[in-house]
Design a binder for this molecule. Structure first.
Ligand code: COA
Length: 260
């Protein structure tokens, strides 16, 4: 499928999706949101794809937010639809059933920060900045930022970031566990690829169940989360990959997982 605002490539079980509007710091206009939805749907449906890397084009920005020139023209009804479309994309990424690595290579502001928060794994370059600056435009986050950030870093930091609109550095984001690793700009993409290569060799069904249990179980009371865990653990044990993984260990050889 030909895209105008994003680049996609796939090899060795890894799909790379690059938001490609560098002259607008990769701002998310409506067309870009729709194209991202299509690209993630393709990645979800393609059994060859085990892991996705999401990044931005250029050296300055991951995504500098939703496209302000489009927001400027929205009516309230259109704004509701726009917000729901963005929220839907974030849910699609979160529930893809395959790990998505955000390689945050610069500004991750507004919708860009929300996009990164929806990715199960986040790596950043040392020039990355995370922020929800919507308040400076007289609006508030609309792609899930108020809800995901508070679940990750608590109310005090979420309110500080959303009420002031001031961004935080990659190092602070790491201290807050918003990103798992910070690399130099030169290293980021290679490190994201290295992580993706590791995940591309992992058992896909077990990865899907881990993603689901951590994502959804953590919103449940502990006993319900544990119940979910034991059911999905049992499902893992019905797979060929469980036999392969455990047998390979006992036979002292590398496992070859097929996703069955
Ligand atoms: N929507 C639309 N266009 C955007 C954009 C956005 N969210 N963020 C940046 N751009 C555009 C700029 O308008 C500019 O376009 P132009 O060259 O046609 O004028 C281009 O990207 C480069 O941005 P510029 O502001 O010149 O870069 P900078 O290095 O001086 O500043 C930022 C970088 C990220 C600090 C600044 O662009 C910014 O504050 N962006 C908006 C962030 C935001 O509020 N996001 C939330 C939106 S809901």
């Amino acid at each position: 499928m030909a895209f105008q605002n994003i680049l996609t490539s796939s090899s060795d079980g890894i799909t790379r999706i690059t938001i490609n509007r560098p002259d607008k710091l990769n701002a998310l206009n409506l067309d870009t949101l729709l194209e991202l939805g299509q690209a993630f749907e393709q990645a979800a449906n393609d059994e060859e794809v085990r892991v996705v890397i999401l990044t931005g084009s250029g050296e300055k920005a991951f995504v500098a937010g939703a496209d302000i020139s489009e927001i400027n023209q929205l009516t309230a009804i259109e704004a509701k639809d726009f917000s729901e479309l963005g929220q839907q994309l974030m849910l699609q990424i979160e529930n893809l059933g395959k790990p998505v690595i955000a390689a945050v290579n610069g500004f991750a502001l507004g919708g860009g920060c929300e996009l990164a928060l929806a990715c199960p794994l986040r790596l950043a370059s040392d020039n990355a900045r995370f922020g929800l600056p919507e308040i400076k435009l007289g609006i508030m986050p609309g792609f899930g930022g108020t809800q995901r950030l508070v679940r990750m870093v608590g109310r005090a930091k979420t309110l500080e970031m959303t009420l002031t609109g001031n961004p935080i550095t990659a190092d602070v984001a790491q201290q807050l566990s918003l990103v798992s690793q910070v690399y130099s700009q030169a290293e980021l993409q290679a490190q994201a690829t290295k992580l993706a290569e590791t995940l591309a060799q992992s058992a896909p069904i077990a990865m899907r169940h881990i993603l689901h249990t951590v994502q959804h179980g953590s919103d449940l009371p502990l006993d319900a989360g544990l119940n979910m865990e034991s059911h999905l653990f049992a499902l893992c044990c019905s797979t060929h990959d469980m036999r392969e993984g455990t047998t390979a260990f006992l036979e002292k050889r590398p496992a070859e997982f097929t996703g069955s």
